[in-house]
Write a protein that binds this ligand. Structure first.
Ligand SMILES: [Zn+2]
Length: 285
């Protein structure tokens, strides 16, 4: 384990403990989530980067690999819908070109984008991929500069140890008018307050950061990006609630109640969404 500096203000001694959370796959270790005086919330201390691989070695961490159940049918359908939503959000800014998915998992999104006519690459250092339509980059230094029209980081930013180094490399890799699309869990999610330490998106120790709109905005500004659009990801709300709820006779009613109240709150204030999809442009330097 190592203690981490704040990724926004660089302080290493301004953290206050706010949550103690167990790894959902192994109940033996309790992890500490701390808040910096600048507002940034982080796992601290955290496992060293070189030791992270074992925390992804749980079969259930990869729901796309499991056999069929009602939940898996829902997962596949949601994944398909999510691909459509992401593609539509990208098409608003760019219709075709070169796209890199950073932290691509099994590469399913890039396989989808390839069929839409994009030139596709992925960066995936840990997970096994079924990607066969472009380059699989394993070494970050091999990412080409001034090359991509779009870079996507869907649920990967919160997993990255050297996050500023990576964002600055990605900034260099995107062409002048290109875009960066990020999806991350939102600490200000309405349903988090209900589930407390059982909230699925804490996902310790894999999630190193717990962003809200203000903290991710500060991190992006620091790395020469500006947010031009925030889109709530409604399917993630449903996913978070199903995955966080306790298994009891009341579960079904709780899911319905929480989904409806969450949707209503997101409709009133989209900064309470469960996951934020952010469209970013490079700042002019
Ligand atoms: Zn700080």
């Amino acid at each position: 384990m190592e203690s981490a500096k704040c990724i926004i203000c660089n302080s290493d001694n301004s953290f206050k403990l706010i949550h103690k959370v167990k790894d959902r796959f192994s109940s033996s270790t309790m992890y500490q989530i701390k808040k910096c005086t600048c507002g940034m919330i982080m796992l601290n201390p955290r496992p060293k980067e070189a030791n992270m691989k074992k925390y992804y070695d749980y079969e259930n961490y990869h729901p796309q690999n499991r056999t069929v159940s009602i939940f898996d049918v829902f997962f596949k359908l949601a994944q398909y819908l999510n691909n459509f939503i992401k593609n539509r959000a990208i098409n608003k800014h760019c219709n075709t070109g070169k796209i890199l998915d950073y932290g691509a998992g099994n590469g399913q999104f890039q396989n989808f984008m390839f069929k839409k006519g994009w030139s596709t690459d992925i960066y995936e250092p840990i997970l096994k991929s079924n990607f066969y339509n472009g380059e699989i980059i394993k070494d970050m230094t091999k990412i080409k500069s001034n090359y991509y029209d779009v870079v996507t980081m869907f649920h990967s930013l919160e997993h990255i140890h050297e996050v500023s180094e990576v964002l600055s490399k990605i900034n260099l890799s995107i062409k002048k008018n290109g875009i960066l699309m990020i999806a991350i869990p939102n600490y200000n999610a309405y349903e988090r307050k209900y589930f407390k330490n059982k909230w699925i998106a804490y996902d310790v120790p894999r999630h190193l950061y717990h962003f809200n709109y203000d903290s991710v905005n500060q991190l992006l500004k620091k790395n020469n990006f500006k947010i031009i659009e925030l889109k709530p990801m409604y399917l993630d709300t449903f996913y978070n609630i199903i995955m966080s709820v306790d298994k009891s006779v009341m579960s079904f009613l709780k899911i319905i109640y929480l989904t409806l109240t969450s949707f209503y709150n997101i409709y009133r204030d989209n900064k309470q969404c469960s996951s934020m999809m952010l469209v970013c442009k490079k700042n002019e330097i």
